[in-house]
Design a binder for this molecule. Structure first.
Ligand code: AMP
Ligand code: GLY
Length: 421
């Protein structure tokens, strides 16, 4: 199969590596890709928002399978356009993508299906604000009903800030969600799903805040590891029973069923009760970097089966390993990242038998002089894969410490809370 991957993050680089190791896969193309994907396949300079050009390129290249990384093109209906012309697409159709595209839609569906999640209120005019604020205890969670890359949420114990965030969202979007603040620890579960069945990938844990000790603003994700011990076998079976199974029942019975990755963002409380924070309709970044390399089955066959509605016939196997990844971000990320700086040490790899370290590139490009330069807020993630999670974390840090990028920063505590007690 010739495959086209849409996106330009570390997630897409990890998918490209996995697909390049698959016997079923021939040529690999990326739209637009990054420095990492260019080492594996052919990059095409098309923006992810230009879905018509991506569809035309797939036709022109006679692509067999298109794998969509980010949510934007899915919410815009790229899967519908590709399947209309007979090209398999990993990633759900436009209607199913509303699960991520609209937080309100997702919350209402969870309420209807009785899926555990926090309470919420929808606010669309200023007169409702005070009453609704008093309905919840602080901290308040104010969430915009738009795609915002994990950055559309304000969590604050300052009522002035909560009020300002609500007013700002109403001005921009016409409405806003006020949510119950969920306490506990977060975990991400990626589920490969189509109408024939689903397969749950090993759970991972992202680190959303920019600073050590979970401080500072939310980001797209600063580092992750898998498997995540917070998802014990008993938590896992509750997530399956109370969340994934009812979601699958609903999504498989739609006229156009869900085919792709359902990303379940969870909050797990002290008693091990899981609640949904959010659904995404795609692989996570950086969760993909720590999850996809754990799959030992041919990735091309796995993704193509989902795209064809045939996952139930795939025997999915995993390596008995642990993976950790640490994100290197540009100066000022997540606010206004400073881009265009030269990356030194980008060839870092570690290959010591069972222990492997590598770079998953994200916002990186090559300038006219042939230098690798930063072109995004998250520049790369340094990934370690090893028999134990401690070795994996140490390997990831060994890789990131050998990279230089002026003004860049990364978290020093990835996995600390879980593994260094
Ligand atoms: P979202 O915008 O739904 O992707 O949320 C981004 C991040 O904000 C989540 O990963 C959580 O860290 C935090 N968050 C969102 N909703 C809640 C909530 N109801 N309670 C606690 N934290 C939340
Ligand atoms: N790492 C969180 C996400 O991909 O949404």
């Amino acid at each position: 199969m010739d495959v086209l991957i849409v996106g330009s993050g570390g997630r897409e680089h990890a998918l490209a590596i996995g697909l390049s190791e698959s016997n079923s896969v021939g040529d690999i193309h990326c739209c637009p890709g990054n420095f990492g994907t260019a080492q594996i396949g052919t990059n095409h300079d098309i923006d992810i928002s230009d879905i018509n050009s991506i569809v035309n390129l797939s036709k022109k290249l006679d692509i067999d399978l298109v794998v969509i990384g980010p949510e934007g093109p899915l919410v815009s209906g790229i899967a519908d356009k590709l399947t209309q012309i007979g090209i398999s697409c990993f990633g759900p159709n436009k209607d199913c993508a509303q699960l991520e595209g609209s937080k309100l839609y997702a919350k209402k569906l969870m309420r209807k299906l009785n899926i555990p999640t926090g309470k919420f209120l929808e606010i669309s005019n200023h007169e409702e604000i005070e009453n609704n604020l008093s309905f919840f205890k602080p901290p308040w969670v104010v969430k915009r009903d738009v795609l915002a890359g994990g950055k559309g949420v304000t969590v604050t114990s300052n009522v002035e800030n909560a009020r300002a965030a609500i007013k700002n969202a109403i001005k921009l979007d016409g409405l806003v969600l006020l949510e119950e603040h969920l306490e506990g620890e977060e975990a991400s579960i990626l589920v490969l799903m189509d109408e024939s069945g689903y397969s749950i990938l090993p759970a991972s844990q992202d680190h959303k805040r920019v600073g050590d000790g979970d401080t500072g603003p939310n980001t797209g994700g600063m580092g992750a590891y898998s498997p995540a011990p917070i998802v014990t076998p008993s938590v896992s079976s509750r997530v399956d029973e109370e969340i994934i199974s009812p979601m699958h029942h609903y999504l498989r019975n739609l006229t156009n069923p869900f085919r792709g990755c359902l990303f379940v963002g969870l909050m797990i409380d002290r008693d091990g009760s899981p609640k949904v924070v959010e659904f995404n309709v795609r692989f996570g970044d950086p969760e993909t970097q720590v999850t996809i390399p754990l799959i030992s089955t041919d990735l091309g066959i796995v993704l193509d089966s989902v795209a064809r509605g045939n996952i139930a016939n795939i025997d999915l196997n995993f390596h008995n390993k642990a993976i950790a990844t640490v994100v290197l971000a540009s100066e000022n990320y997540p606010n206004k990242p400073i881009l265009g700086r030269e990356l030194i040490g980008y060839n870092s790899i570690i290959d010591e038998g069972q222990i492997r370290g590598l770079i998953h590139f994200s916002g990186t490009n090559v300038d006219t002089n042939g230098n690798v330069i930063s072109s995004g807020g998250r520049v790369l993630s340094a990934t370690g894969m090893a028999p134990s999670i401690i070795e994996a974390i140490e390997t990831a840090y060994q890789v990131i410490n050998s990279i230089e990028l002026e003004g860049s920063h990364y978290r020093k505590d990835i996995g600390k809370g879980a593994f260094y007690k």
